[in-house]
Design a protein around this ligand. Structure first.
Ligand SMILES: [Zn+2]
Length: 270
């Protein structure tokens, strides 16, 4: 199968948490020359900028509890003054905000997620990306749609990895990760050595703390309430929604690739 690296400008891979998005993302990075842009990594990188600056002041002073929002950036800058290197200031403030919401377990407002996302997306001229974890709400999708239109790029397709809730629960509960090197296993589909040891480094594998059934059900609910309307919005804007079967009878790289390619062909994109 020969695929052109320049088939697409940007692809969104969406689906329920645990549906199997990463192997489909891998197809786009390996065969279509796109780069993965994941919101999780963007947040981590901004929080690292904040942490690396080792700011010792009080960060609650920047948050207006009554209005439930941060004070203006201009005022934050005045207060931070020379304690933060001027060339780092904008990124530091974004990192501070990300840190504030995440460490307090608060819902991150779309406006902040959009700004963090755009700062990375702009570095690649708004193209060449397979987006992961963004957009997650209709508001974010509106922002992305407007941004690509303004910048003269586009979203070629939403690749929706389909999987039933029950299948996801069964699969996720069997997942194990290596706490040492990060390798991912599955008790049934990709068993670790002797059922418990990482084949790469020998460490005993564990169930991620995020993989409890209760947390999983919360993430599935979020998909139905927020992500599904987001996909509907993008579809109404004329972006093709390509369905990729998530529950493959044989889970090999080749089978995953074939399922993605079949979906793209069926939608007339290849
Ligand atoms: Zn390992």
């Amino acid at each position: 199968m020969s695929l052109s690296p320049s088939n697409f400008e940007n692809i969104l891979v969406m689906g329920k948490s645990g549906a199997g998005k990463q192997p489909r993302i891998d197809v786009f990075t390996a065969d279509f020359g796109l780069k993965q842009l994941s919101t999780g990594n963007i947040f981590r990188s901004f929080m690292k900028i904040f942490n690396d600056a080792a700011y010792e002041g009080d960060i609650d002073q920047f948050y207006n509890i009554d209005k439930n929002e941060f004070i203006e950036d201009k005022k934050m800058k005045e207060t931070l003054g020379s304690s933060i290197n001027n060339s780092l200031m904008d990124d530091f403030i974004l990192g501070l905000k990300a840190h504030y919401y995440v460490s307090n377990g608060k819902y991150v407002p779309d406006s902040l997620t959009n700004r963090l996302f755009e700062s990375y997306f702009s570095r690649s001229d708004y193209k060449g990306m397979v987006l992961d974890g963004y957009p997650r709400t209709v508001t974010q999708a509106e922002y992305l749609f407007k941004l690509t239109s303004e910048k003269g790029t586009k979203i070629d397709a939403v690749v929706l990895v389909e999987n039933e809730d029950d299948a996801i629960i069964k699969r996720t509960m069997g997942r194990r990760i290596c706490p040492s090197c990060g390798a991912v296993y599955h008790l049934e589909f990709k068993p670790p050595k002797d059922g418990k040891l990482c084949t790469k480094c020998g460490t005993e594998v564990i169930l991620r703390s995020d993989d409890t059934e209760e947390k999983l059900r919360t993430r599935l609910k979020e998909f139905h309430e927020k992500t599904q309307p987001t996909i509907n919005f993008l579809s109404e804007k004329g972006i093709p929604v390509v369905k990729a079967e998530g529950n493959l009878p044989v889970f090999t790289e080749e089978a995953v690739k074939q399922s993605v390619v079949d979906g793209l062909k069926e939608a007339g994109l290849l």
